[in-house]
Design a protein around this ligand. Structure first.
Ligand code: ADP
Ligand code: MG
Length: 238
């Protein structure tokens, strides 16, 4: 279950108000994309949801529970980092199993979850390799595998494809979309890339200077942009 609700969420860093006051509803199973220019607060918002940053004010609910003060590990969410966050000295299997071993899960259950994730991600034949012996796309899949095994209520992605080349980016975009269709788990995906937002999202949240300019489906934003900012942003791929 992955319903996430933000109410009057504010974030300040010292004097700087990065997010003045934000309300947002994310439904269970939705693929939501946060899009907006560099520095608009996308990563900060994701980190607030993950619990990697504390809100300055307001409330975050996950699955009907008040998560505002919960430590990250209690929130049941999994952040997918870029593929370079893998441990180079560990095998693929150990990299994927890592969060479960940290949580001291039963070895049999770890085995079951890792082989299940490997199947979903087409990594079954690569479990004994090390990250250095994999392609960029395979490394990215290992990073996703490490999130899948935790069976999270929602996946949080922060520009996961930005260090991949263009062809691979298109490929991984499709793979993540397929993964969402098969798992039916809530996904929140941050990008500054309009094409990624338009092709992947059920719901797009357009951010500008810490405020929401518009929330809607790709088609709604394209057909009925709320203002010139949204029209310009959706209409002009980089
Ligand atoms: P985005 O991910 O959309 O590029 P960020 O969320 O990283 O934007 O940053 C939003 C704003 O918050 C920027 O002005 C950034 O400089 C500021 N910011 C982010 N993290 C910190 C921090 N730890 N301390 C101070 N300012 C920060
Ligand atoms: Mg960012």
């Amino acid at each position: 279950m992955g319903k996430i609700t933000l109410r009057n969420v504010q974030k300040r860093f010292g004097e700087a108000v990065v997010i003045p006051s934000l309300d947002l509803d994310i439904e269970d199973g939705e693929f939501v994309v946060f899009v907006g220019p560099s520095g608009c607060g996308k990563s900060t918002l994701l980190r607030l949801i993950a619990g990697l940053e504390d809100v300055s004010d307001g409330q975050i609910m996950i699955d009907g529970r008040d998560a505002t003060e919960m430590p990250p590990a209690k929130r049941g969410l999994a952040m997918v980092f870029q593929s370079y966050a893998l441990y180079p000295h560990m095998t693929v299997k150990k990299n994927i199993a890592f969060p479960l071993r940290m949580a001291k899960m039963e070895p049999q259950e770890i085995e079951r979850r890792v082989s299940n994730a490997a199947k979903i991600l087409n990594l079954t034949n690569y479990l004994d390799r090390r990250p250095g012996q994999l392609s960029g796309g395979q490394r990215q899949r290992v990073a996703i595998g490490r999130a899948i095994v935790r069976e999270p209520a929602a996946f949080l992605f922060d520009e996961p494809l930005s260090n991949l080349d263009a062809a691979l980016r298109v490929n991984m975009r499709l793979e993540i979309t397929e993964l969402h269709q098969s798992l039916e788990t809530t996904m929140i995906y941050v990008t500054h890339d309009q094409v990624e937002a338009m092709t992947m999202a059920d719901k797009i949240v357009v951010l500008n200077a810490g405020r929401i300019e518009q929330v809607g489906s790709p088609l709604t934003l394209y057909r009925n942009p709320a203002n010139l900012f949204v029209a310009g942003f959706i209409g002009s791929p980089k």
